[in-house]
Ligand binder design. Structure first.
Ligand code: 7TS
Length: 406
């Protein structure tokens, strides 16, 4: 993978921050966008813009073709069929749609929803709301000493009362890859559905929904080089067909009467109203870009840079790294603490040198409590990051130690 060439595609990487070249280490929050995606979105607005699935005029046809073309690109990217790809606002909306559309009518008191303590709030809070509505109970798998999900107890936990299992494919805090195969097997054994919050995994490793064998996955365009405001809910055909739409409105109906209506076939029954058309087209371009590089290569690059980062960071005195040490078990989000320096202070010092890292609880407060950390600083890598970026981070951490008298 030619990172130097890839970097040239990202115009933002040539800007400076505080007089220093930008070193962007926050791709787990959102990735930067290549010129190809930016151009595709502006070209859509410059030449094509019209609403989709309605007007019988050329522009409307072209807009619909562009929008539906993006759907088939996404489908191919995850080895799914187009009708199983629902465009949403992002991962958060996709998980809420499953929680309400699948959970609300089916769950009852005594039923269990299995999650983990390591979930992003967007895979915790929707289930808390649904549990409150239905009387279902939430069960959370813990983490082991290597920050991986502890599945040693699943034989005891999984019985007929488990109806839904939802876990992240890759943690946005520790980088740990989720035990999807083991939990899918356990979930299906007791007749539960298996959901993967794939917000961090789809952008960073090959994803084949057929091979995974899960029921639903959710991910966001903006973490995989695409625009904000769009994401994907993928579901197995029979699951989507059996799931209720959560939003009603234009575009999602087959027929409408004053008292009741019937729904359009999937995926359209889940896409009420005018969808994020330009954003979908931009996501299509992002998928093309990633496909061109090859997701195997994306994953290999991240393993390499994460191994380098873990190695270099371990040289820094007083550092604590929250995550697996084996890169085969993890992605490129590296959370750390440096002595008693507050993560926000650390991020501010790094920013003086143009280095962007996220500081805080990373929308995973229960996990922070498990890890006995109030906050961490998190560096996260993507296709445009280099070992030199890691070197700059390490240098910045040494500088912070001096400033704080460690
Ligand atoms: N799930 C995981 C694992 C995530 O990392 C995120 C976003 C979401 C769900 C929600 O995605 P959204 O696109 O709907 O917001 N994670 C982060 C992060 O780590 N820093 O900012 C956003």
């Amino acid at each position: 993978m030619d990172v130097a060439r890839i970097r040239k595609d990202f115009p933002i990487l040539s800007r400076t921050i505080n007089g220093k070249p930008l070193i962007y280490l926050d791709s787990a929050a959102t990735s930067q966008k290549p010129q190809q995606v930016i151009d595709t979105v502006s070209d859509y607005y410059e030449r094509i813009n019209a609403n989709v699935h309605r007007g019988a005029y050329t522009l409307a046809d072209e807009a619909t073709t562009a929008y539906e073309g993006a759907r088939s690109r996404v489908a191919q990217f995850i080895n799914a069929s187009s009708s199983e790809v629902v465009f949403t606002r992002g991962t958060t909306q996709a998980i809420n749609m499953i929680a309400y559309g699948w959970g609300l009518d089916r769950l009852k008191p005594g039923d269990k929803i299995v999650l983990t303590v390591a979930e992003h709030h967007s895979n915790l809070v929707p289930w808390q709301i649904i549990a409150r509505h239905t009387g279902a109970e939430l069960v959370h798998l813990g983490i082991d000493s290597d920050y991986r999900i502890d599945i040693s107890d699943i034989d005891r936990i999984f019985d007929d009362s488990v109806k839904i299992v939802s876990i992240s494919g890759m943690s946005n805090v520790t980088g740990a890859i989720g035990p999807i195969a083991e939990l899918t097997e356990a979930a299906h054994r007791v007749g539960a559905i298996m959901i993967v919050d794939a917000a961090q995994s789809v952008p960073h490793m090959p994803t084949d929904v057929q091979a995974l064998g899960v029921d639903f996955i959710a991910f966001s365009s903006h973490k995989m080089l695409g625009p904000t405001g769009i994401g994907v809910l993928w579901g197995k055909r029979e699951r989507l067909e059996a799931m209720e739409p959560v939003e009603g409105g234009g575009e999602m109906i087959l027929d409408v009467h004053l008292q009741e209506s019937t729904w359009a076939p999937i995926p359209h029954k889940f896409e009420a109203g005018t969808p994020p058309i330009a954003q979908a087209v931009g996501l299509g371009a992002a998928v093309d870009y990633l496909t061109e590089i090859g997701m195997e290569n994306v994953r290999e690059h991240e393993k390499q840079i994460t191994a380098y980062a873990l190695d270099r960071l371990s040289e820094v005195p007083d550092i604590k790294i929250f995550g697996p040490s084996d890169v085969a078990m993890r992605g490129g989000a590296v959370s750390l603490a440096l002595g008693d320096i507050h993560a926000h202070d650390l991020a501010t010092i790094l920013d003086e040198d143009g280095i962007a890292v996220r500081a805080g609880h990373h929308c995973a407060k229960p996990l922070m409590r498990e890890m006995k950390a109030i906050s961490t600083a998190r560096a996260s890598f993507y296709i445009y990051n280099t070992n030199e970026d890691v070197d700059a981070l390490v240098e910045g951490l040494h500088k912070a130690r001096v400033i704080f008298g460690l």
